[in-house]
Design a protein around this ligand. Structure first.
Ligand code: FES
Length: 116
């Protein structure tokens, strides 16, 4: 696995506290809705990532997919996405999924949504 740190310009995001960081252990995932956006958040070896929980191919439940390193595999038709960036990697999806920065503040996980 390569660099785990996605490059987000954090000044372009509004952050929302969601859960205590201790509640999302390594290897776990968490489904949540923030400001109406369905999101799945992952802890991979102590690093946190979040992407949209809807596949861009045909609205499959992306967050239910298996992980392969930093890739998530849509359970419906097998498209792969990089969960660090949301970038689509394989067909049948061709559109990137939204990816969201995650940070820890006062032991709370905060997720960033783009400023409007
Ligand atoms: S709905 Fe995800 S690959 Fe088709």
């Amino acid at each position: 696995m390569s660099n785990p740190a996605p490059a987000f310009d954090l000044s372009q995001y509004r952050f929302f506290a969601v859960v205590p960081a201790a509640e999302l252990g390594s290897g776990e995932r968490l489904f949540l809705e923030v400001e109406g956006n369905p999101i799945v958040m992952f802890n991979i070896a102590g690093n946190f990532y979040a992407i949209g929980d809807v596949c861009t191919h045909d609205d499959g439940p992306l967050g239910d997919g298996e992980l392969d390193g930093y890739q998530i595999i849509c359970p419906r038709h097998g498209a792969r996405f990089d969960l660090r960036t949301g970038k689509v990697l394989t067909f049948p999806a061709v559109i990137d999924a939204p990816a969201y920065p995650v940070r820890v503040t006062d032991e709370m996980l905060e997720i960033g949504l783009p400023k409007e």
